[in-house]
Design a protein around this ligand. Structure first.
Ligand SMILES: [Zn+2]
Length: 476
């Protein structure tokens, strides 16, 4: 079996991935808080960990359980629902529908389970009770708080000292707290805010407890991989770890993966700067695959700078890859010759050999995986051997699938995304090529060159070969 190496934030190092049960690899990701349209920064972990899910499924024969929760209890949700004068369920249902529709455009595979916090209040209350029974939590004025100082290894993930933690978590000093560091597991709801009955108060759970409840319910008390954004490492993930130690006495997950932040033109996305880009808006302007490509173009641990230029480059890169597929009318050929080409992939490419998978197994190196795709495309552009083109196209499709790319029909792709080529059809290109051939035959080289340049202006490069003139889409 191929080895997977992943950077583990717990050890601050790259480790070989060893699942607890290879027959059921279990991963969890902290999902969206559904109060408003997801923004482009929210899409990054969704896409990055979708690639991890694909890789794990490939290597473990599909035996992977991926749980990504939905946070549908939150002060922001309460506020927004009140403004809109609708129930929180109405609001969150709407936002969840938009979230699903948007991420499916990014070609994100459905996760195994997507539990909602509001459906798991009793599971949370069970863990809260366990924490109280084990001495890790206490009741105070309708609240239940986690007793942070009781846990010797608190801070093991973020590796901060107490002062840094106090600064980082903006701790609330409240008279009912034993210690300012203690965090909320349950709190009473004020008038007009949704509340659930409990023996402590009519209230609602804190945020951190929902992930401990939903992950332990569907993945067990200890599972393999926990993913999320870097900004969640402290306090959210630290508190999840603390809750699982307190309630179950074990480490919640063995591998902790954190994606880097996304900047917009070098700046942090914020309401005050007015630079928040919603996923919905950007999907109105660009094909989801282009957005997916941008999100995978940087290594997931690094900061990603979102710029118009990066989007443009991703579009050109995809045009180049789809152009390679188009050269073989790959879609048709693959369907017609599925068995035939599977056989020739084995012969020419080696069974199980995959440059892209190798790159992804090396700490999810998506930039390297994308480079590998372009190397295959280059080979396609350079050959005129139909059988070779057919094999390479099948390889390209197969490899791109690990990244969730190139799943469209090339013609459909160019119809939608052909940049300036969108205005010109294949027939028109062929017509211009034959006009150029005619011009050349009557030695009118000026006209022939003009036609070549005109095509190039539309990102179409022609090449004269022994068997005639071919054309392909090129990036600028
Ligand atoms: Zn979480």
């Amino acid at each position: 079996m191929r080895k997977i190496q992943l950077y583990n934030s717990l050890s601050n190092s790259i480790e070989d991935f060893k699942p607890i049960d290879p027959e059921n690899v279990r991963m969890y990701a902290c999902g969206p808080t559904v109060y408003a349209s997801p923004h482009i920064g929210n899409a990054r972990p969704i896409v990055v960990f979708d690639v991890l899910f694909r890789v794990l499924k490939k290597i473990h024969d599909g035996k992977v359980t991926f749980v990504r929760n939905i946070t549908d209890i939150d002060d922001k949700i309460n506020k927004k629902a009140r403004e809109l004068e609708i129930s929180i369920r109405e609001l969150t249902n709407e936002v969840i529908a938009e979230f699903h529709s948007n991420i499916s455009k990014l070609n994100v595979c459905p996760v195994t389970r997507e539990p909602r916090a509001t459906d798991h209040i009793s599971d949370m209350l069970d863990i809260i009770q366990k924490l109280i029974d084990n001495g890790y939590a206490y009741e105070a004025e309708g609240h239940v708080l986690f007793r942070v100082k009781k846990l010797a290894n608190y801070g093991m993930l973020s590796k901060r000292n107490i002062d840094e933690m106090i600064a980082g978590s903006r701790v609330e000093v409240a008279p009912y707290k034993e210690d300012p560091m203690d965090f909320v597991l349950w709190k009473p709801s004020e008038e007009g805010v949704p509340a659930w009955e409990s023996k402590y108060s009519a209230g609602r759970p804190g945020w951190h407890i929902e992930c401990s409840a939903m992950s332990s319910k569907y993945l067990g008390k200890q599972f393999d991989i926990h993913c999320g954004g870097q900004d969640l490492m402290f306090p959210h993930h630290e508190n999840e770890i603390a809750q699982n130690y307190g309630a179950f006495g074990c480490l919640m997950a063995n591998y902790w993966l954190h994606n880097g932040m996304l900047l917009i033109d070098g700046q942090k996305m914020s309401k005050s700067l007015g630079n928040i880009i919603s996923l919905d808006d950007v999907l109105k302007r660009y094909d989801g695959e282009i957005i997916r490509y941008v999100l995978l173009s940087s290594h997931y641990q690094k900061t990603l700078n979102w710029t118009e230029q990066a989007v443009h480059q991703a579009k050109q890169a995809l045009n180049c890859l789809y152009g390679a597929l188009k050269k073989a009318d790959c879609e048709v050929l693959i369907q017609q010759n599925k068995q035939d080409s599977d056989e020739s992939i084995r012969q020419n490419h080696g069974d199980g050999e995959s440059v892209v998978l190798d790159a992804l197994c090396t700490n999810l190196n998506t930039p390297l995986a994308l480079t590998a795709l372009h190397e295959i495309a280059d080979k396609i552009y350079k050959t005129e051997d139909r059988a070779e083109i057919r094999t390479l196209c099948a390889v390209l499709k197969q490899e791109a699938d690990f990244l969730g790319l190139l799943n469209k029909n090339p013609d459909a792709w160019f119809k939608q995304n052909g940049a300036d080529t969108a205005t010109v059809s294949d027939d028109e290109i062929e017509k211009m090529i034959s006009e150029r051939a005619e011009a050349k035959s009557r030695k009118d080289f000026k006209t022939a060159d003009e036609i070549r340049q005109k095509l190039l202006d539309m990102h179409i490069q022609i090449e004269d070969t022994k068997s005639g003139t071919t054309w392909r889409i090129v990036s600028d």
